[in-house]
Design a protein around this ligand. Structure first.
Ligand code: KG4
Ligand code: ZN
Length: 332
């Protein structure tokens, strides 16, 4: 049987994205439009601006992607869209568009959880990655460790009790006057700094509570900035080092309590960070685990991961799968 073809739409935060992905891991066409310029003056994503930008861009991007692939909706097996979690206005724009296309073309609708998209995207990039795997999901909105046991089978082993790590990177960038988005800017500045120069806390390190916390680290960064005693590059490097140590410590605990796992996978926007990746690679090697980090373009928000999650669902649902109900609710 032929591999299914899924059209994917992502609009949960500040990227509008459309992709056509086939079940044999071929991305036929994709487009992504960042709204960085619109939100930069505010130092963060403004939900109303985001929703309007998605609404303006989505239709022309859909036409471009179908045109680039030389296909029409009739060739597609299903239409997948992020149904949450995310900024509700943007999620509604993408999901209602997918519903309209599904209805017009008489195709199944696949309402995809954004985090499931991140969780499964490593399998789009790496055909050899089998279930189960230990997943570190680190983005602007989420910071979780999941045992991914199969499609739709996720066991949460840890989550953050306050900020997500990407949020901590963004706030550190703001404190250092680096602008938005903060993660890449902090990583760049940290290259010129000494990770041992500024004493910063490693919240929950060594604790048997399986969680993350970054609020205390953020406050310590604020105090370090206000003291005027440190070079910004040293603060950036020391913050990044503290964050990485929190990640590896929490992963060690997850392995200790729920392991072993054959593979360690990192996904979400913070997975773009090379220091984070390096530390995880070392940890995986120490535990004789396979290590996978999707290419950067698949780590940050994109539509290929949403289409791919749709492909994964189609693969287990079978030929007669009717898809999700057309009144499926967008969730914040
Ligand atoms: O997954 P993502 O694109 O969006 C969601 O939050 O769902 O992640 C965006 C987050 C932002 O907080 C951004 O600052 C962070 O990922 N990020 C990074 C890097 N690139 C993006 N954080 C640290 N280092 C980076 N190189
Ligand atoms: Zn995301």
């Amino acid at each position: 049987s032929e591999a299914p073809l899924v059209l994917g739409i992502e609009s949960s935060c500040d990227e509008t994205a459309v992709a056509l992905v086939r079940g044999d891991r071929v991305i036929l066409a994709q487009a992504i439009a960042s709204q960085e310029a619109e939100h930069a003056p505010y130092g963060g994503v403004v939900p109303e601006i985001a929703a309007r930008a998605h609404a303006e861009r989505l239709a022309p991007m859909l036409e471009k992607v179908m045109g680039d692939a030389g296909l029409s909706l009739a060739d597609v097996d299903a239409i997948a869209a992020t149904a949450g979690p995310g900024l509700i206005g943007g999620v509604m724009v993408g999901l209602v568009s997918a519903k309209a296309l599904a209805m017009a073309a008489d195709k199944p609708l696949l309402a995809i959880n954004h985090l499931e998209g991140h969780a499964l995207s490593p399998r789009l990039a790496d055909a050899g990655l089998e279930f189960p795997y230990l997943l570190l999901l680190v983005s602007g909105g989420h910071c979780q460790i999941l045992a991914v046991e199969g499609v739709g089978q996720y066991r949460r082993l840890a989550t953050t009790i306050d900020d997500a790590l990407g949020e901590a990177f963004d706030k550190t960038a703001k404190l250092l006057g680096l602008g938005y988005p903060g993660g890449p800017a902090v990583e760049r500045l940290a290259l010129e700094g000494d990770p041992k120069a500024v004493p910063l806390p490693r919240p929950l390190k060594g604790s048997r509570e399986p969680h993350f916390s970054f609020a205390g680290l953020k406050s310590a960064v604020l105090r370090a900035v206000e003291s005027g005693e440190h070079r910004p590059a040293d603060i950036a490097a020391s913050f990044q080092q503290a964050a990485v140590e929190c990640l590896t410590d929490r992963l060690e605990l997850a392995l200790d309590t729920a392991g072993p796992f054959p593979a360690l996978v990192v996904a979400g926007g913070v997975a773009a960070n090379k220091v984070v990746r390096g530390a995880l690679e070392t940890l995986a090697a120490r535990h004789a685990m396979r290590f996978t980090a999707p290419p950067l373009a698949l780590c940050t928000d994109n539509a290929a991961m949403i289409a791919w999650a749709g492909c994964e669902r189609l693969a287990i649902e079978g030929r007669d799968f009717a898809g999700d109900a057309l009144d499926f609710q967008a969730r914040p």
